[in-house]
Design a protein around this ligand. Sequence first.
Ligand code: ADP
Ligand code: G3P
Length: 496
Amino acid sequence: MAKYLMALDQGTTSSRCILFDRQGRVCSQAQKELTQYFPHPGWVEHDPMEIWASQVGMAQEAMLKIGATAADIAAIGITNQRETTVVWDKATGQPVYNAIVWQCRRTAPFCDQLAAEGWGEKIRTKCGLVLDAYFSGTKIRWILDHVPGAREKAEAGELLFGTVDSWLIWNLTRGMVHVTDCSNASRTMLYNIFERRWDPELLDRLGIPSAMLPRVVPSSQVYGYTHPSLFGGPIPISGAAGDQQSALFGQACFSPGMAKNTYGTGCFLLMNTGDRPVVSRNGLVTTMAWEVDGQVEYALEGSIFVAGAAIQWLRDELRLIDTAAQSEELARQVTDTNGAYVVPAFTGLGAPYWDPYARGTIVGLTRGVGRAHIVRATLESLAYQTRDVLRAMEEDSGIRLSSLQVDGGACANDFLMQFQADVIQVPVQRPVCIETTALGAACLAGLAVGCWRDKAEVAENWAVARTFRPEMDLETSQALVAGWEKAVSRALRWAE
Ligand SMILES: Nc1ncnc2c1ncn2[C@@H]1O[C@H](COP(=O)(O)OP(=O)(O)O)[C@@H](O)[C@H]1O
Ligand SMILES: O=P(O)(O)OC[C@H](O)CO
């Protein structure tokens, strides 16, 4: 019997492959950083061929490390940075432009135009989303408008669009399968999550031919098989979900009211709302969580654009630290930030502010503020942003969280996790396996091929490693948050 489930986790900063066993334990992994392109201020691109080559390369490497063959892999699950947009030529398989990354702000002016035409409310009621350059729809339009000949070719059915899940499945099957799972579709700003179909009115306004679009499929189902030349034999591809929905699944947040926060490049807090799409009144988005066994579940989401990326900025631009992990050591050298706040609004602010023109600020500087204070203030900004989203989520759902489950690269930082518990005044639970994004995809794939009976059996793979309980008194916590809110007000609308 095949021993492993393969998760392909194509994130913003890296392509990673993890092989799990049926108990959800990591048996092998391989990871490669991805080149980031910033051709203009606020623009972010990736090379789709590098995405594909690095992802397939990491899959081969992870297999090689433990001598696994195709026959040892029961199934492949895919999870991906969401919204990032690839358009490619159906005949040659060549992308017509770089992938436009979710963080990219280039279509903000077009979104302003749509807002002036009154599309904001329509998008909320059709897609559950906030009208914003973050989502794929306006990125596809940009490519069709700016790449010579692209619109004509798209209209003739010669170009395909996909988010990164589609792009990988299409390449893994050598062009045989063009699909996307519903959780990814729900991030395009083209998919009506209430009627569960591509929305003709939105496609028409954005000028996107429906022939380009992938078929929308459940998150757990055999979509096709890998081309035998890739891994020495065909392997079923049977799970796909956007990385944040996949982490919600990997954290076994299967009941309404359960929530997780992932601290990666950005921070994404999702709460399961069951079979009921909850429409936000506080700047959150409604998203499809997954479709498994014919059952669709929804989530409320608060998307924070810059989190771990701010730690990379400390390392690569300011050069205040050598490694991300060193941020913890520096933060602990001081007892507070000496009054300084960092608002890392490098690509505007997402939930709950939705201000594409906000820009990063450091406020409260005095002569005594040094390196350790700035590092600490940057780490604290991840916790404050999460707090803003959590409060919005509690208001929308009417649920007061009893604990917050965490994962993602920066959740390894104990200082940050403790500060997080302090500013939200709710215990933070870090699981044994913090690779929950990949685990979720492996579980979705495994369910489709019978590795587990049902979600209850999947939930048995989840266990808490450490709980961070609030230690700060409420008054201090509230005073710190009040300072943060003042700092945010200084960052808003800066680049308008
Ligand atoms: N110990 C740490 N403290 C703070 N931030 C960290 C730490 N380790 C990693 N990070 C940050 O976490 C991010 C990587 O997390 P990951 O979940 O791999 O991200 P992604 O999936 O978005 O590529 C990086 O932005 C990095 O700066
Ligand atoms: O690549 P990540 O893990 O930062 O996730 C990116 C999100 O999917 C963007 O919506």
